[in-house]
Design a protein around this ligand. Sequence first.
Ligand SMILES: [Zn+2]
Length: 229
Amino acid sequence: MHTLTQNLTSLLNLFLQSHCPLCQRSTSQEFCNNCTKQLQKCQRQDPVSQWQEPLPVFSWGEYGGVVKRAIAAMKYENQPQIARPLGQWLGEAWLLNSPRRDSQPIVVPIPLHASKQKQRKYNQAALIGQSFCQITGLKLKRNGLTRVRQTEAQFGLSVSQREQNLKTAFAVSQEFRYSHPNVPVLLVDDIYTTGATARSAVQTLREYGIVVLGLVAVATTVKDGSIKN
Ligand SMILES: [Zn+2]
């Protein structure tokens, strides 16, 4: 108990001394109040506007501006704590607007290749998934999928070249192979852009007969014209 209190105190001190990763103001939260407000303005009014086959996508916000900046800081500036509020907001949106209330899917993060994860030291999609599951009460399967091949940079490739590039990028985990999940999978990622990565992950899961409900992402590039103001 004593150690727990000490740990909590040191964690608290860490936050008390921290600076907002977006504007450098000091803050006791992951973002300062001002940046939190700016971020929340990017929340979609209609998070299910892309919830349609072949790959239903549920997203909290629109990718751009301050959201883009926050996601970049999380991934490239060693700010993994940013995943917590983003996952929380995504989870709260899912609780309010879930298109599939009847289903209790298992949440699987889009994995990074091992070498990239080693370099970054964390997978932001798994951290978002963790926070998302704390809010929604859904179960997280951190290693449901693994990335088996380092994909070439997607930049400059045509759509079909991208698909080819990602075709064998993922594998289903040993655990899923031996113990087939009896509920559908809900994928989670930080952003959804062309969808090539997500489609490849879905294809891999479906090859094993695993049902994929859809994907939840903090942000997508699609403009729905219904951003909250
Ligand atoms: Zn700030």
